[in-house]
Design a protein around this ligand. Structure first.
Ligand SMILES: [Zn+2]
Length: 365
């Protein structure tokens, strides 16, 4: 699969072992990307737009706006792609960057709760130096779509599934996020460092409500177009067990939203990253780049100005506008109308207990 990695052409596999290879207009690449992902989607397709602030940080600003959730190709509307492309065109003219959710949304929100099944698995490989691991994997498990992101030289690979993967299945009273599990198997298989941390594919991108850059649109970091490199249009998906059944669960794998874990006396809760506790406590998801609306009720934050985790302090959150901030306990206090600083004694314990309950964790002893 490496023979066309640096080429401007798009390679398309067609039924009957035919191959089509040409340079596609950017807009045609967007249409092909959307059609491939969502021709069979009955529910909503999430399109997302973002822009860069003066520091170059991308802020996606559409994830709670119902206008950006449109019916997919199986909803019976002949012109579904035209409606989506109208949005793409207007934002591209405005210089915004465009993304699409690979999974269907059951209602108009870019959150995990809105995603109940997936026709796709995907990985995001940022570092072009590590693409060899992906090419090796694709020899055994060919994918159906490759998009070069137009950023640092990275690639998104997508595998189509034969039948939709139901994400939340109850097994013996536990709810298991199967998409998360399948994604983790591929991500860890592609490569990890000595601490068992993935170093080829981005583990954060496995989120079921993830949005990924739309092919044919401009990456604002570089000014280059994301390019549709490869597309398998022969319409045969993978069975999930053929695709990931022979890969082990990573040793650090724990099912999401399973039975309560016990927090050790040392305070395991202090190590939970902010982007993991944020949605459980606030009911909202941070943007792809880690921004959220400020939870401080005294701050009417229309632009997401609150940084959630990331960088040097993954367990912390901080509002750049009003200065509210802290960790898990402080967030629990704020969402219950309390202060974000100076918490101690019973007030601290109450907030911690509230947070642990919401996260399905229980303190030791
Ligand atoms: Zn604030």
């Amino acid at each position: 699969m490496t023979d066309y990695i640096d080429r401007p052409e798009t390679k398309i596999l067609l039924p009957g072992d035919r191959t089509w290879e040409q340079v596609m207009q950017p807009r045609d690449q967007s249409v092909a990307h959307l059609k491939m992902l969502h021709n069979d989607t009955e529910d909503l397709v999430e399109l997302a737009a973002g822009s860069r602030d003066k520091d170059g940080r991308l802020r996606v600003f559409t994830r709670e706006n119902p206008s950006y959730f449109l019916p997919g190709g199986a909803a019976g509307l002949e012109l579904w792609r035209d409606d989506i492309m109208q949005l793409v065109d207007s934002h591209s003219l405005a210089g915004d960057e465009m993304f699409v959710g690979p999974t269907a949304r059951t209602y108009a929100q870019g959150t995990k709760a809105a995603v109940t099944s997936s026709n796709w698995l995907w990985v995001d490989i940022d570092n072009p130096q590590r693409l060899d691991a992906l090419w090796g994997f694709l020899k055994a498990k060919p994918c159906h779509m490759l998009v070069r992101t137009g950023g640092s030289g990275g690639v998104h690979a997508y595998w189509k599934l034969k039948t939709p993967l139901r994400i939340d299945t109850e097994v013996a009273g536990k709810s298991i996020d199967w998409l998360d599990r399948a994604h983790k198997r591929i991500i860890w298989h592609l490569g990890t460092d000595e601490h068992d941390k993935p170093n080829v594919a981005d583990p954060v991108a496995r989120d079921r409500s993830r949005i990924l850059r739309l092919a044919g649109t401009v990456n604002g970091k570089t000014g280059r177009h994301a390019q549709l490199m490869f597309l398998d249009a022969r319409n045969e998906g993978w069975g999930i067990s053929d695709l990931v059944g022979d890969l082990p669960d990573p040793s650090s794998w724990t099912p999401r939203s399973a039975t309560p874990r016990t927090v050790r006396a040392g305070g395991e809760w202090q190590t939970i990253p902010a982007d993991q506790y944020w949605s459980a406590l606030t009911g909202t998801e941070p943007t792809e780049s880690g921004w959220a609306r400020c939870p401080n009720p005294a701050h009417d934050d229309t632009n997401p100005s609150c940084r959630v985790g990331g960088g040097a302090s993954p367990q912390a959150w901080f509002c750049h506008s009003c200065g509210a901030g802290g960790g898990l306990v402080q967030l629990a206090s704020v969402v219950n109308g309390g202060p974000h600083s100076g918490l101690r004694g019973a007030e601290f314990k109450r907030s911690l207990q509230f947070a642990l309950d919401r996260l399905g964790l229980k303190p030791a002893g």
